[in-house]
Design a protein around this ligand. Structure first.
Ligand code: MD3
Ligand code: FE
Length: 204
């Protein structure tokens, strides 16, 4: 692992190819039960270019009403599928946080999708880190500081990479500028999957 700045730890090739394939099989089952939905911006209703679903007790959703975590899929009304063992183990080994994650947000990027610079602050528990796992095409990931105007740096996130944002890095601005099409053969149709593992609620 490489510390890129205080609280930001990068684990290149955290998942080997067989583990990536195992995770992909789990994600296919999850999206069968909980289909990808198109999140929309609060107030404007403008669609995100990234589609999403979740597993675990809580899932992140966004619609014209706002951003929030909820226990039910916004379109099927069913509970989110359980977190597969591989995801729970990745949280345990990477987060070093003494409670299980309660949410895993699954972002699916088509080759032209992007995600603008933002902070993740819809959670109650900022003492827990956010753990990200990348699958499929390489993404150009940009991160800055606690102020939107702080200078930014970019790194490539490749299939199998993990990255952990905790402590002073938990609330930094970050986003995905673009994918590098054709950079991985994991997903037959190209594109990228990103998982973010989170502790949303304060532990008892
Ligand atoms: C830094 N996802 O879901 S992962 C997100 O690749 C999100 O889909 C991007 O930003 C993606 O909110 C980036 C890396 C990441 C995830 C969560 C963070 C960086 C973070 C939370 C706090 C700080
Ligand atoms: Fe984010």
């Amino acid at each position: 692992p490489v510390t890129l700045s205080p609280g930001l730890v990068y684990h290149p090739d955290y998942l080997d190819r067989p583990a990536q394939e195992e995770l992909l099989r789990s994600l296919r089952e999850i999206t069968r039960a909980a289909p990808l939905f198109t999140p929309r911006m609060p107030r404007t209703g403008k669609a995100f270019s990234v589609r999403m679903t979740n597993c675990g007790r809580l899932g992140w959703v966004s619609d014209v009403e706002g951003y929030r975590y909820q226990p039910l899929h916004p379109e099927t009304g069913r509970p989110w599928p359980a977190m597969p063992d591989l995801i729970r183990q990745a949280w345990e080994s990477l987060s070093l946080y003494p409670h299980p994650a309660d949410a895993c947000l699954i972002n699916f990027y088509e080759p032209t999708a992007r995600m603008g610079l933002h902070q993740d602050k819809d959670e109650e528990e900022f003492d827990a880190p956010v753990v990200s796992l990348s699958l499929g095409d390489t993404a150009l990931f940009r991160y800055g500081g606690l102020d939107r105007k702080d200078p930014t740096r970019s790194i490539r996130l490749r299939s199998g990479d993990a990255i952990v944002f905790g402590g002073p890095a938990r609330l930094i601005y970050h986003g995905i500028d673009r994918l590098i099409p054709g950079s991985s053969d994991l997903l037959p149709q190209g594109g990228r999957l990103n998982l973010t593992l989170r502790k949303v609620e304060k532990p008892l």
